[in-house]
Design a protein around this ligand. Sequence first.
Ligand SMILES: [Zn+2]
Ligand SMILES: [Zn+2]
Length: 301
Amino acid sequence: MGYTLSEWALARLDNDSIVAAATEHEIYAALGMDWMPPELRENLGEIEAAARHALPRLIEQKDLRGDLHMHTNATDGHNTIREMADAALACGYQYIAITDHSKNLAMTNGLDEKRALEHMQRIREVDRQMEGRIRVFTGIEVDILADGALDLDDDVLAQMEIVIASVHTRFEQSREEMTARVLRAIENPYVRILGHPTGRLLLRREPFALDLGAVLRRAAELGVAVEHNAAPERLDLSDRDLRLAKELGCRIVIDTDSHESRNLGRMEYGIRQLRRAWLEPADVLNTLGAGELLAALRPRP
Ligand SMILES: [Zn+2]
Ligand SMILES: [Zn+2]
């Protein structure tokens, strides 16, 4: 183009006159390119996309309509259902799901079948109290047991609107065992979301051995959504894994896994990861309204 680009300016080669220097936007525009959000600057095709004017419209916090994973003081959370609902309303959300732990996680006071059903009634009661200002979905984060069976009876899961299945124990299994375990779990027709699919805890625990590609492919076929967990110690799926999930046609949700109401604000950390993965609002189910979201999740038998 007859220009030279340095840290000072975009300038003409022949006479050094400045073409653009004030802002990044100005420089990219002079080069015939769109401005690239910093999260995309990984040399993964963003330069070509900017030149073709085909960059994604990256997801933002304001696109989200709700949070689908949180705990209360019935298990290892700190707040009541009502307190979580009020806090979510203050975040501007249209819905939340209350998804406490199941009995296998005894140290969290996980719910057995009887308590899970009682808890569900309390969630419904709070949903009624909120009088339509926010929907409070019934839900559970059910443990995936070592053999891939789920920790609660199907007839209990069948009554919950949001069933998240997660691995919380026996991380040391071989890649074959873990892959078979997770695949078996998502075959259960009541599972709508696979929680923190690789189990990593940043700076504390590596992801467990898993054929993630096989799991994501099957999840896509079954219509099971995969979670991006915005808790800053998890951020799982990673940005690379999220790109793969999108490529394979998986439904994706983002949530905070909050254990206290003030953690609902952690969504921003997860949003940054989704942006690194090039995700747009249409790639993420909880940008939908409450009714559309339920319709877009895996249909219940
Ligand atoms: Zn969990
Ligand atoms: Zn959780």
